[in-house]
Design a protein around this ligand. Structure first.
Ligand SMILES: Nc1ncnc2c1ncn2[C@@H]1O[C@H](COP(=O)(O)OP(=O)(O)O)[C@@H](O)[C@H]1O
Ligand SMILES: [Mg+2]
Length: 243
């Protein structure tokens, strides 16, 4: 496996509690890895480690061959936080332009990149609309376009489909898939297990512990469950029985 992110024995404490406990897992390059588990299991914390925004207690995290948070990674890694971080008084276009301007090395191509990023999230027709006149789901997509404009090799998306209607959710997963097909690595979190079906690989967490680092097919095969939801449950139960 050609690895984009390697978590090795990663332990993180927040507010005096261990929130990630000796996590060892791999994110392969050029495909979608799903980070799944119930609310509070540590998904956002693990993503923060990957982008270099979270202090590590012990263990290591290597991203594109460098320690997580290393300076050269800044232009290689895009991070979309759980709540959309966009300027509500600016238009869609202006928001994406603003983020494009933060990558001066790419300025020559910035205008084309802005259009491509907006098209990639399906907001072409709303380019000149101020963000405060968009729906929540549209706003999330502006946030994703802002990350896309830098053409990161690794895109970390924290629960990007929460609150979206099923049609938009399906569209967004299609876009993630085409990004992966063109070589981008994606790490996408969700607390909804059925989204695992869109992922090439899964990192499953529960209460700060790794439950599985495997493909959806392996998850189904190992548990004999009929769907991914039941499979996750079966995996947790079998681990509890053995501990
Ligand atoms: N700023 C913080 N200070 C202390 N504990 C935190 C902080 N943020 C999150 N936590 C705790 O860390 C654990 C994991 O949280 P988080 O990574 O946000 O989970 P998830 O994204 O899966 O919902 C939770 O128990 C949460 O209460
Ligand atoms: Mg979270």
């Amino acid at each position: 496996m050609d690895t984009a992110i390697a978590f090795d024995g990663l332990t993180v404490s927040r507010g005096g509690a261990v929130v990630l406990d000796a996590i060892t897992a791999r994110v392969p390059r050029g495909s979608i890895t799903g980070l799944l588990g119930p609310s509070g299991c540590g998904k956002t914390t693990l993503m923060r480690v990957a982008v270099g925004a979270q202090r590590i207690t012990s263990g290591t995290t290597t991203v594109l061959g460098r320690p997580a948070g290393a300076r050269p990674l800044r232009s290689e890694v895009g991070y979309v936080t759980q709540s959309p971080a966009v300027y509500s008084d600016l238009t869609v276009d202006q928001n994406v332009q603003y983020f494009a301007a933060m990558y001066p090395a790419r300025r020559a191509t910035a205008a084309a990149d802005v259009g491509d990023a907006i098209a990639a999230v399906g907001l072409d027709r709303l380019r000149s609309r101020p963000v405060d006149r968009l729906s929540g789901g549209q706003r999330s997509r502006v946030s994703i376009a802002c990350a896309l404009v830098a053409r990161p090799r690794l895109l970390v998306l924290d629960e990007p489909t929460v609150g979206l209607d099923p049609v938009l959710r399906a569209e967004l997963w299609e876009r993630f898939t085409s990004l992966a097909d063109s070589g981008t690595t994606l790490l996408v979190s969700s607390h909804v297990m059925d989204e695992a079906a869109h992922c090439a690989r899964l990192i499953l967490l529960r209460e700060g512990r790794l439950v599985g680092d495997l493909t959806p097919a392996e998850l189904l095969g190992r548990t004999g469950a009929g769907n991914l939801d039941d499979a996750f449950l079966a995996l947790i139960r079998s681990q509890e029985a053995h501990s």
